[in-house]
Design a protein around this ligand. Structure first.
Ligand SMILES: [Zn+2]
Length: 266
């Protein structure tokens, strides 16, 4: 027997209909960007040393693709080179937010470190935030065909036990049918990950999660992304800066001599 070409042997990819796209860029209101760098300055002004801190990027439920604000939760301890996030910490912070806001990512600072990209520890945090953000901002992004190798088409009240056992999937209908295609809804969500530093540098990644509702097939992906700045006209007021200073005093807790195993793995 002659083999078919490799192309012929490949199984046809399941048919997929795209319903909407996930974001390709990290969009931030200039108000939120200014606030992030202001927190960075305040950490040094208030605590007299440069430590990593983290915050959550916030968006409205109706437009989760735009970062409109930065939330500064209580950082359990701030080391010079390390920050770690647990799901409970995110959930606790989400509970303090007004109902119209969602967490769509996180931001942290590398202070004056020369390390101007995401570390291994950061990647673990990115996944933790993704899992959380996914549940609150996921939406239908596609209908994807679920290939059934062997259907068993049955008519209600007209099949035997043996009929029911046959095939890989049974479809019981009110009238006889001979063919069917099954499509599952694929949900998609994302989280924005930003790392910033003292002289104004920033790097961004977007983490994506997709999950098929029937098969439970789930995919996680990430990409480096541009920062797109939009201007809602909102400006950081003096009163807000004073409130932010208070938050930095209360929520940031520098730990001066971290044990070596706690340093950010780079
Ligand atoms: Zn980091």
């Amino acid at each position: 027997m002659r083999f078919k070409t490799l192309k012929q042997l490949q199984r046809r990819k399941p048919y997929e209909v795209r319903l909407c796209n996930l974001p390709e860029v990290v969009t931030i209101d200039s108000y939120a960007k200014e606030k992030a760098y202001r927190i960075n300055e305040l950490v040094y002004e208030v605590h007299g040393e440069i430590v990593e801190w983290y915050g959550f990027t916030l968006a409205t439920k109706s437009e989760p693709r735009i970062i409109t604000d930065i939330g500064l939760p209580r950082n359990e301890e701030n080391l010079q080179q390390h920050t770690s996030i647990a799901p409970e910490m995110i959930a606790r912070y989400q509970e303090t937010l007004p109902g119209h806001l969602v967490i769509n990512g996180w931001i942290h600072s590398h202070g004056d470190l020369e390390f101007r990209r995401f570390s291994e520890t950061d990647n673990e945090n990115n996944i933790t935030v993704l899992e959380f953000a996914y549940t609150s901002i996921k939406k239908q992004i596609a209908k994807k065909e679920v290939k059934i190798k062997q259907w068993s088409f049955l008519v209600e009240n007209e099949y035997s036990d043996e009929d029911f056992r046959s095939g890989n999937a049974c479809l019981i209908t009110d009238v006889p049918i001979t063919s069917a295609r099954l499509f599952e809804t694929v949900y998609g969500g994302f989280c924005f990950c930003l790392v910033i530093g003292n002289d104004g540098w920033h790097e961004q990644q977007i983490y994506y999660k997709k999950r098929g509702i029937l098969t439970g097939e789930s995919f996680v992906d990430k990409k480096e992304a541009e920062l797109k700045i939009v201007d809602s006209g909102r400006k950081l007021s003096n009163a807000e800066i004073s409130a932010l200073e208070k938050k930095v005093r209360e929520n940031i807790h520098p730990v001066t001599a971290p044990p070596p195993e706690r340093l950010e793995r780079m």
